[in-house]
Design a protein around this ligand. Sequence first.
Ligand code: SF4
Length: 269
Amino acid sequence: MKVICAENMGFCSGVKRAVDMALKQKDAFVLGQLIHNPQVVEMLDKKGIKEISSVDDIEKGSLIITAHGTTKSNVEKAKIKGLKIIDTTCPLVKKVQDLAKEFSSKGYDIILFGDKGHSEVKGIVSNAENIIVISSKEDAKNVFVKKACLLSQTTQSIEKFNEISKVLKSNVNELKIINTICNATKKRQDSAMNIAKKVDIMIVIGGYNSANTKRLNEICSKITETKHIETTREIKKEWFQGKKSVGITAGASTPDFVIKEIKKKIESL
Ligand code: SF4
């Protein structure tokens, strides 16, 4: 069985930067998961970097803000408590927060294409006055505003963003479209798509709660049989019966050692 790996996969610069910054700390707290990957979270835990779900959970110490960013109110709360803030917000996520703030202050309604419950989306939302979060072209059909700026969560699908832009162009009188999907995401999606077209089965590696990994899974599933896994333990021999080729891709929060382990296991089948 031929095993083909995506040209672009695994850790992106933003995640790498966040992990490097966090690993320099000692006995710090992370607000939420630093990255959506259980193996890395375990590694950080062993170094005394503990996950908390709310700023209310601590009274002192260092607080790490994840690559996805956080809400303005969380930052304010941490400052009031005198916590040392280690902000690992990816510069590309910060850019979307700044754009939301800028266009909101210029009188635009902000339309954000994203997953409502995601921490990146919550952080962006906290930077704008009038902001609507939509997740599909169906949602876009129900948006009727006069002057709006369309932005995207950095890890969304470019295909869906284009569909949404098309719908909004007919609903909104003055529409400013700014594609804020990050290049690392796009590159990973394009590489996954290219491989999925050539293989009998795709293996998408990454945390089940990782937005960009879920997106890769969605994209590949439309093209070929696809399995989303986190670790070698989930691999089933029967998936590969009668298959001549397998493609491998991984989300931006999947470390190299996990990819290598899974590739090795598949090759040994
Ligand atoms: S996927 Fe893009 S926006 Fe998100 S952390 Fe990585 S580089 Fe930054």
